[in-house]
Design a protein around this ligand. Structure first.
Ligand code: HEC
Ligand code: HEC
Ligand code: HEC
Length: 194
């Protein structure tokens, strides 16, 4: 069955506005996980359906002919928020995107983790090149926004929420940043924060 992947990509946009409010509300020493009071309701499947229909013209008489997102996405792995885990879907072979429009071109994979430690009280960030180069090419990130050398940039969450660095894609076409701290901040600290 043909999957309509693009439909899900816009969902992240809906949440972006709340991110800065969260950042302002964050205490100096941040909890490892956002406390329950920060956590929005999980979207139930019908809520997801409504969110996705906001990107399509439901008034169009041919609308009923379109594949329904919930049908297209049934059987996809979900993240903690109940949204599709696209990395999981790729690894599980549920989707098999092409590397290029030109037949025979392969993804240029790079197995290199960069551990980013400027995270205050939060666990450190593991940036996995492997997870990203399954979808993306070096030029998507190098030299802009990331130089070919780790540790030069000063990255902070306010900039990420505003769409810089990781935020060029996360919250936009990749998973929602402000609800999924632990997916990036995944490396336990060896020492307690100073
Ligand atoms: C898409 C990945 C990603 C997600 C999701 C994410 N972060 Fe970050 N975070 C980073 C990166 C990258 C840095 C910078 C690390 C460095 O430069 O060493 C960072 C830095 C930080 C810092 C230190 C800098 C600053 O802004 O004060 C804090 C605190 C932080 N994150 C908290 C959070 C919290 C809380 C959440 C969830 C609401 C979150 N992060 C979600 C990637 C992420
Ligand atoms: C999705 C974004 C993204 C893609 C795609 C990507 N990189 Fe990176 N790369 C990063 C980030 C983030 C860093 C760390 C930057 C920092 O710490 O300031 C990095 C760092 C590096 C470094 C420096 C490592 C070090 O320890 O100094 C090299 C070399 C590198 N990348 C090569 C590549 C190559 C080759 C490809 C393609 C096969 C690639 N990258 C694809 C985001 C990406
Ligand atoms: C050029 C776009 C782009 C940039 C920049 C980018 N990412 Fe991603 N990232 C993606 C895509 C696409 C995926 C796969 C789709 C998804 O999981 O939503 C992904 C997935 C991930 C995952 C899940 C990997 C897994 O194995 O489950 C993590 C963690 C992550 N990114 C962290 C980061 C961090 C940290 C940064 C910044 C240092 C960053 N990303 C910058 C596009 C990007």
């Amino acid at each position: 069955m043909k999957r309509h992947i693009a439909l899900a990509c816009g969902i992240g946009l809906l949440w972006g506005g709340t991110a800065l409010a969260f950042l302002r509300a964050a205490p100096d020493v941040l909890p490892v996980e956002p406390s329950e009071s920060y956590r929005p309701e999980k979207p139930s499947p019908p809520a997801m359906q409504v969110e996705q229909d906001r990107f399509r013209d439901v008034e169009n008489s041919d609308f009923p002919l379109l594949q329904k997102p919930l049908d297209a996405l049934s059987g996809f792995p979900l993240d903690k928020q109940g949204r599709v885990d696209w990395s999981g879907a790729l690894l599980g072979g549920i989707i098999t995107p092409r590397a290029s429009l030109t037949p025979g071109v392969e993804q240029d994979l790079l197995d290199l983790d960069v551990i980013m430690r400027n995270t205050r009280a939060m666990p450190h960030v593991r940036f996995s090149h492997l997870a990203h180069t399954r979808w993306l090419t070096c030029a998507n990130c190098h030299p802009n926004p990331f130089p070919y050398r780790a540790g030069i940039l000063r990255i902070n969450m306010a900039d990420i929420f505003r769409g810089k660095h990781c935020g060029m894609c996360h919250d936009r076409v990749a998973f929602v940043t402000w609800q999924s701290c632990e997916r990036c901040h995944s490396v336990p600290r060896s020492r307690p924060p100073q």
